[in-house]
Design a protein around this ligand. Structure first.
Ligand SMILES: Cc1cc2nc3c(=O)[nH]c(=O)nc-3n(C[C@H](O)[C@H](O)[C@H](O)COP(=O)(O)OP(=O)(O)OC[C@H]3O[C@@H](n4cnc5c(N)ncnc54)[C@H](O)[C@@H]3O)c2cc1C
Length: 386
């Protein structure tokens, strides 16, 4: 029977970063990643702000990074702004290449069918022994109320250079249909870009044809002619409105969760790369890799990050509960009028008390009491305690 120090169920972003960082800092450990697909990492472009992570994390993440821009911009009907916050992208292909160069073992093409804190059984009935972490992606639960950020992206080549030098993180000057809608553009080279049509919506249905059409219409409005589509990606990400993190963790007893499954993502964007990098550092620094100790470390981190993100959940409730769907953009348009360091801290999940007051101060575009009073009493109490 195969015995390991660390077994990662699911070979996505969180598992790969934990395996990579642990192998780097603890080369004596035997680590395996079990992924049901033939390759690690799926089909994603993972972006993050340079200020979401520490400079040490930026250093060890460097092999995964395929693009870096020194500036980024946002566009709203009444605000257009460039921020000097670096923006970086990593891709699934690069992640698979980087992981192939480590001594982390991978088992691909076989589903994990049973997990316990100290063993994992594959569909072919092979059992692996060792401390198991569960990185099989998001898990639905009644203990956490979510809405959705859904998007479809086309990576395209244009007939001529597009003229963009920095990513457009949100272009909300598009028609506001089905909730808060914006287009996201990552200019990879001077004639290629990933263009995503994104909706913050209550329902999770992804109308692919409408979104493809939305991207084509957007390109036409920018004066860009698409020569060909290189690849396509899509996502329906959870946007957390409220929840009971203790009850949620209590439901996940098979093996300690990581990544989206551990609710380690930014509540407003659904993005998880910075949280995954933080957890990878914490785990790799541990001496004791027993299931009990790693679960303790992970749960502590999940609770701490949940507490730090409580104002992001309030902002989500302002977006989804207090604002009319077609006016949701005003919440973000106002937010992007705040000072750049505050915006950076918000995305890093490191807001100060002063930041939170500024986010809510002045004349809010939607009534805050609606965002607060829309919560059921038990959830509200839990969110206040967090
Ligand atoms: C298209 C897309 C773009 C995104 N863009 C960004 C971004 O720009 N920045 C950002 O930070 N976040 C982004 N996200 C959100 C989030 O960070 C990603 O979803 C991220 O991949 C989540 O990491 P994870 O490790 O929790 O799950 P995943 O990366 O989804 O990994 C889960 C893995 O588990 C495997 N698996 C599932 N069940 C089993 C099983 N039974 N046995 C074996 N393997 C199994 C899956 O095949 C998958 O490979 C994006 C998400 C999507 C879908």
């Amino acid at each position: 029977m195969a015995v390991y120090d660390l077994i990662l169920a699911g070979g996505g972003l969180a598992s790969s970063l934990i395996a990579y960082r642990t192998a780097q800092l603890r080369p004596e450990l035997k680590i395996v990643v079990a992924e049901k697909e033939e390759t690690l990492g799926g089909n994603h472009t993972w972006c993050f702000h340079g200020t979401d992570v520490t400079s040490e994390q930026l250093d060890w993440l460097a092999p995964f990074v395929t693009s870096r821009w020194e500036e980024q911009q946002v566009r709203f009907p009444e605000r257009r702004r460039s921020l000097s916050t670096p923006y970086l992208a990593a891709t699934s292909d690069r992640l698979a290449e980087v992981m192939a160069e480590t001594k982390v073992q991978t088992i691909r093409g076989t589903e994990a069918v049973a997990l316990s804190p100290s063993s994992l059984t594959l569909a072919d009935q092979t059992t692996l022994r060792g401390t198991v972490l569960d990185g099989r992606g998001a898990q639905r639960s009644d203990t956490i109320t979510i809405a959705f950020q859904k998007f479809l992206g086309l990576e395209v080549r244009f007939e001529e250079p597009h003229g963009l030098t920095e990513p457009i993180i949100m272009d909300a000057t598009v028609p506001q249909t089905d909730g808060y809608r914006f287009v996201y553009v990552l200019p990879f080279t001077n004639d290629t870009a990933l263009i995503e049509d994104t909706y913050y919506a209550d329902g999770e249905t992804l109308p692919r044809e409408t979104l493809r059409q939305g991207i084509e219409d957007y390109a036409v409005r920018q004066g860009w002619r698409i020569a060909d589509v290189i690849r396509e990606e899509e996502g329906v990400l959870p946007i957390v409105l409220e929840g009971d993190i203790d009850a949620y963790l209590g439901e996940l007893q098979d093996a300690a969760p990581i990544g989206l499954r551990a609710a380690l993502f930014h509540p407003v964007t659904g993005y998880s790369l910075p949280e995954a990098a933080r957890l990878a550092d914490l785990i790799a620094a541990e001496e004791d890799f027993s299931p009990e100790n790693l679960r303790r470390v992970i749960e502590r981190q999940v609770r701490e990050r949940w507490r730090k993100h409580r104002y992001s959940r309030l902002l989500n409730r302002m977006l989804f509960r207090a604002a009319k769907p077609e006016l949701r953009y005003i919440v973000l348009q106002r937010f992007y009028g705040l000072p750049q360091p505050l915006i950076e801290r918000f995305y890093a999940g490191e807001t100060t008390t002063g930041d939170r007051l500024r986010i809510l101060a002045g004349k809010p575009p939607v009534p805050i009491h609606k965002a607060i009073s829309a919560l059921p009493p038990r959830r509200l109490e839990k969110d206040r305690q967090a």
